[in-house]
Design a protein around this ligand. Structure first.
Ligand SMILES: [Zn+2]
Length: 137
């Protein structure tokens, strides 16, 4: 517990904690508005072994391929979840995280344009993780 007014939430990114927020959504909104490009990784992240990371990468590729197969005509966003630790996720995507939200404990990575395909292939150590020319996205 902090010594600050415990009924209010404070932004952990702002150095001067002048303003507290009544609830989580207020804080989240503030983060989105003011810190949309904040991507300093939290200090609690631990290094994950390469073998664990490569295991996870394979699992991600497998899941992606399953999705692409089931929806090969659909050019839209696909959502899937995979069980992994925060440390492992950061271990894989650390150089590609464009936004970190301390309030929501969430990370954002974006891959766009022509290089995106190869970029993801490099991250996942699998150049054939998906089908190229898969629509426009
Ligand atoms: Zn702030």
């Amino acid at each position: 517990m902090s010594t600050q007014d415990s009924t209010r939430l404070y932004c952990s990114i702002c150095k001067r904690r002048v303003k507290g927020f009544k609830n989580r959504s207020g804080l989240q909104q503030h983060e989105t508005l003011k810190h949309s490009s904040y991507n300093t990784l939290p200090s609690h992240i631990q290094l994950v072994s390469d073998s664990e990371l490569s295991h996870l990468k394979k699992a991600i590729v497998k899941e992606l391929q399953k999705r692409l197969k089931n929806h090969h005509n659909a050019i839209r966003k696909q959502v899937f979840s995979i069980h992994c630790s925060e440390d492992a996720f950061v271990g894989i995507f650390k150089n590609h995280i464009t936004r970190y939200s301390p309030c929501g404990s969430s990370y954002l990575c974006q891959f766009k344009g022509e290089k995106a395909f190869d970029e993801i292939g490099k991250i996942l150590d699998d150049k054939s993780w998906g089908e190229r020319n898969y629509g426009k996205g």
